[in-house]
Design a protein around this ligand. Structure first.
Ligand code: PLP
Length: 447
């Protein structure tokens, strides 16, 4: 009997014992195609020799040095690399150990920035419903994933949430994508007017929404309008690219495809590709300059920030992605994945939407394609699909509450960047079989 408090207290999980490329093997010798890279993490697949070598080299030199006393070569080199490839104006880096830590740091940094600027009345954050920014209390407070918040609501700081940009559900029948994008962005303008924009620290959003709705991209023009509204009111823009960033959508940063740059950007998951826990905040020069000429100290820190082994690992990950032109593969195989899913599910009665960018794709399930009515929450469809996929040797990432926080199901497909065309086809086939099997289990007949 396991002594671990697992995510779910229930039947035992398979024991993962080794990995190779896009495959994870369990203790019974069963292979699983890791078609979601865990939670969009393992972007180079498993046991990549170059990454393992970089980790070993660093381990042989220095395993740890406190960041209050020392800086290290791998941390400096990683920061240089991240800034070299960052969107315009993001010239500094704060290194942490994961996505939630990155969000906590971004929230505190943005608040401290205004304190140092002499605007201490800015105390509020505006964020979006149907978003996820992490499970620590600050990150959870700005998150709009209702189920994850529920039990903790009374102990979360007050955050104002606006509707997301979610065309499949909220675009009106005769509205263009661009008109919808502007209407969705207007919600921020209204919220700022209601609160008093001078009281707001930042607007927080996932550039492409991951776990909560399954690879929902904003419509064209939405983020440009958001950037303009933030600038006009002196409100910072924090983009959470923990899941969608570091190449997942086919460009290093998802916001490149929106034509904007944030003031603070959080990254994690693909940054270390699962080889080591690491995250980071990319920080604008303006924020850094205000801090430097103010208290010259960020009132924050954790024991393991800037840890040399994760930093050396993440640097090697970035170098391999560039050396092997993997972002081209992300774009190319991403198109093949989308086309394959559309072909497989084009007429499927229970698939409402197939969406995403690069190797970041989501399938939203509905009980009725015309009305877009979701399955009942207690049907647990996404979990059933996940179970059926695991039985077929496929890992995909399920989510529920997709439509409105309570109802709706989706699965996320986010394979490693090294995936090839044949593997994409196998993934599509197994996803198709898993969805069909789950629906038969639920509805009791062939689809
Ligand atoms: N932000 C986003 C968009 C995420 O998807 C996640 C994790 O799924 C987080 C933040 C939190 O990251 P972590 O689980 O590494 O703390």
């Amino acid at each position: 009997m396991s002594r671990i408090l697992h995510r779910r207290i229930g039947p035992p999980l398979p024991v993962a014992v080794e990995g190779e490329g896009i495959v994870v093997r369990d203790a019974d010798g069963k292979d699983y195609i890791d078609a979601s890279g865990g939670a969009a993490v393992s972007c180079l697949g498993h046991r990549h020799p170059d990454i393992l070598a970089a980790m070993r080299t660093q381990m042989d030199c220095l395993e740890y040095a406190h960041t209050g006393f020392f800086t290290t070569e791998p941390a400096e080199a990683l920061a240089d690399d991240l800034v070299t490839h960052a969107p315009e104006g993001l010239g500094r880096v704060y290194l942490v150990s994961g996505g939630s830590e990155a969000m906590e740091a971004a929230l505190k940094l943005s608040r401290q920035y205004f304190v140092e600027r002499g605007e201490p009345q800015r105390t509020r954050f505006v964020a979006r419903l149907q978003s996820y920014h992490g499970n620590t209390l600050g990150a959870l407070a700005v998150g709009g994933n209702l189920k994850r918040r529920e039990a903790f609501e009374p102990i979360l700081f007050d955050t104002q949430h606006i509707e997301p940009c979610y065309a499949y559900r909220h675009r009106r029948p005769n509205e263009t994508e661009a008109a919808y994008g502007l209407r969705a962005a207007e919600a921020l303008e209204r919220k700022l007017a209601e609160l008093g924009p001078e009281t707001v620290i930042a607007f927080v959003a996932e550039t492409v929404v991951g776990a909560t709705t399954g690879a929902v991209t904003a419509t064209p023009g939405y983020f440009k309008a958001i950037r303009e509204i933030c600038d006009r009111h002196g409100v910072l823009l924090i983009l959470d690219e923990v899941m969608s960033g570091m190449g997942r959508t086919g460009t290093l940063h998802a916001c490149e495809q929106e034509g904007i740059a944030p003031d603070l950007m959080t990254i994690a998951k693909g940054l270390g590709a699962g080889y080591q826990p690491i995250g980071a905040v990319l920080i604008s020069d303006t924020i850094y300059d205000v801090m430097r000429s103010g208290s010259a100290q960020f009132h924050h820190g954790h024991t393991y920030i800037g840890h040399p082994i994760p930093c050396a690992t993440a640097l090697a990950v970035q170098q391999v992605i560039r050396r092997d032109n993997l972002l081209d593969n992300v774009a190319h195989q991403g198109d093949r994945l989308q086309a394959g899913l559309e072909k497989r599910f084009g007429n499927h009665p229970y698939v409402g939407d197939i969406r995403g960018r690069g190797l970041f794709r989501g399938i939203e399930l509905v009980a009725d394609r015309t009305s877009k009515e979701p399955f009942p929450a207690n049907a647990g469809l996404a979990r059933r699909i996940h179970g059926a996929a695991m039985a077929r040797g496929l890992c995909i990432y399920p989510g529920s509450g997709t439509a409105d926080g309570q109802l709706g199901d989706h699965v996320l497909i986010a394979p490693p960047f090294i995936v090839d065309g044949g593997q994409i086809d196998t993934i599509v086939e197994r996803v198709g079989d898993a969805v069909d099997a789950a629906v038969v289990e639920l509805c009791g007949g062939p689809t």
